[in-house]
Design a protein around this ligand. Structure first.
Ligand code: E4P
Length: 319
């Protein structure tokens, strides 16, 4: 026991321990050792995270020339360390292709099931485009659960809830990045953070109108953004921020709860394709970040294919 000025610091929880009382903590990484260390309930990956992991000698045994199979190899290994679900992302190239997205999701599920893993433990990650949302709607009806990513606008969130998807990942950090650049500012204080405000608004809307879709805040740049969303259904956090939260002590107050929003003055929206496209298009940040996000994930997926090909070439030369 450490006693300083009669305060027992050994009884003060870390911020991570406190946060876990309010939200399900998810690890946002392809680093399997980090997942084993932090023991999150769920884990999320994306093509950029798997590009990093595939180049790590510790995970060479998971690399496969068939990229879908490689994603499933990583997902299966991750599931060995967690009790919950892993998210596996559909190629960004299919972001405007409903049928192609469905075929890809079904292939992932069939590869997981061949490895003895039930679909209940998988979330298929799809970009929150109109086409991606339609794919998710159909996949959910066939018992394949979806996690809608690259979500920046309120229109995207409303359309996802209406489609009955299992979970959405509204981004915080990339919204913060956009406004920071637009304002030529070094930082934006938490109380004015547009990324935090976006997740808060979506969460309150979902709870007010009783949607079952879970809200998982994603893409964080600093611990303050995470703490401000304590109470959100889930929060997916990169290992460096998990480390920071576990080395800081202090009680974390609950910021979001379903009851808070009952008195909110909000109108329930119903969006068809035209109104969805119009409303999303009105949000310049969301339009730019969604299209940039698709390009970035696609670029990393193409780099990943090159990395895998050169690893295979190296192995053949060494044999
Ligand atoms: C998780 O679902 C997202 O892919 C991830 O949080 C994005 O984070 P980034 O904005 O730091 O790339």
């Amino acid at each position: 026991m450490i006693l300083v000025n009669s305060i027992d610091f050994s009884s003060v929880p870390t911020q991570l321990e406190s946060l876990r009382k309010h939200s399900i903590v998810v690890a946002d990484t392809g680093d399997i050792d980090a997942i084993a260390k932090w023991k999150p309930q769920d884990a999320t990956t994306n093509p950029s995270l798997l590009l990093t992991a595939a180049q790590d000698a510790r995970y060479r045994h998971l690399v496969d020339a068939d990229i879908d199979r490689m994603f499933v190899n990583f997902g299966s290994e991750i599931l060995g360390h967690i009790a919950g679900r892993v998210s596996t992302e559909v190629d960004a190239r299919l972001s405007f292709d409903t049928e192609g997205s469905i075929r890809k999701a079904e292939r992932f599920i069939s590869l997981y099931e061949s490895a003895g893993i039930s679909r209940e433990r998988i979330l298929i990650k799809l970009a929150s485009t109109w086409e991606g949302i339609r794919a998710a709607e159909r996949l959910e009806k066939s018992g394949i659960h979806c996690n809608m990513t690259l979500l920046f606008s309120f229109a995207q969130a409303v359309a996802c809830a209406e489609a009955g998807v299992t979970l959405i990942s509204p981004f915080v950090g990339r919204i913060y990045d956009w406004y920071k650049a637009a304002r030529k500012a070094d930082d934006i204080p938490i109380e004015e953070d547009p990324g935090v405000a976006s997740v808060t608004k979506i969460y309150r809307y979902y709870k007010k109108f009783g949607y079952n879709t879970q809200v998982m805040g994603a893409s964080f740049r600093k611990t303050g953004q995470i703490l401000e969303l304590a109470g959100c259904d889930l929060l997916t956090i990169a290992p460096d921020l998990l480390e920071k939260l576990s080395s800081a002590q202090g009680d974390v107050p609950k910021r979001l709860s379903p009851e808070q929003s009952s008195g909110d003055q909000m109108e329930k929206l119903k969006l068809d394709e035209k109104s969805y496209r119009w409303m999303h298009n009105e949000d310049q940040m969301a339009v730019e970040k969604l299209s940039e996000g698709i390009r970035r994930f696609d670029a990393d997926a193409r780099k990943l294919a090159q990395v895998v090909a050169s690893l295979a070439k190296g192995e053949r030369a060494a044999a």
